[in-house]
Design a protein around this ligand. Sequence first.
Ligand code: DGY
Length: 321
Amino acid sequence: MAHIVATRPLLDGALDALRETHTVTVHDPDPSGDRTEEDLIALAAEADVLLSVLADPLTERVFAACPHLQMVAQYAVGVDNIDLDAATEHGVVVSHTPGVLTDATADQAWALLLAAARHVRAADQYVRDGHFERWETTVLLGMELADKTLGIVGLGRIGQAVARRALGFGMDVVYHNRRRANPTVERQTGARYVSLDNLLATSDVVSLHCPHNEDSHHLIDAAALERMKETALLVNTARGAVVDEAALVEALGEGEIAGAGLDVFEHEPDVHPGLLDQDRVVLAPHLGSATTRARRRMADMVVESIQAVLQGAESVPHRAA
Ligand code: DGY
């Protein structure tokens, strides 16, 4: 019987299959905020399996202090909170949940894109504040998307799903990726490969879908923002630190770009105060995968991976390291 420790509760009943044969301890979120390394060491010191979320810093220090740990099952596709090399060195298997949150996250990118393009936040406030006294000819004019260019940074699963949706809006799609996508993907998405500089200079909307790593840290910095059109919107449903948030606040303030839709932040859960009072910035608390279907399927994958490790299976499904 193994001891499985979850750092947050999942949907009701999600871990029932594991409870039949193992001890499962589920912790409530810490009221003081996201957990620190020390908190995780305290939670996981006796655990065989840790069920983690993207806010849990799983560093070399945590792995070194948790000698029983066989596995980290990450309830997310992104694993940038986990030191994968340290996990491997300490013999800890890491799994994640790719694929099942693709559509949910692509939908969220589009929700933010449309909200920023059509001033949905300001329009809602306008009505609530009682300003809707007559139909106006010039109030809250937005950007029409047909014939505009959508620039996708990172044409992986989610980037492709965002591109496919753009076809329905009549947008021209360009993309930049570390490696050029294969011709089938380019044909299905209608996306054209360009350099990052070209994408930034020509896109009316730039949407980020690359993982966060050393290469993509602050990929969108002051210089990149300066290259964008003054009328352009930035959408980020990837990871906050792909954008230099202070530079973004500056660029919005200076009118170097027109607005942004942000689901992720550089120092989550903190949000740069300079983003809070910008009219054309729409904010969400990292909701990319937040649909019941996606979260249920993520839980099923986590359970499947944990069962495989605890049963000593030769190959672990959804393995990240
Ligand atoms: C993930 O799974 O990495 C997403 O960011 C969650 O929304």
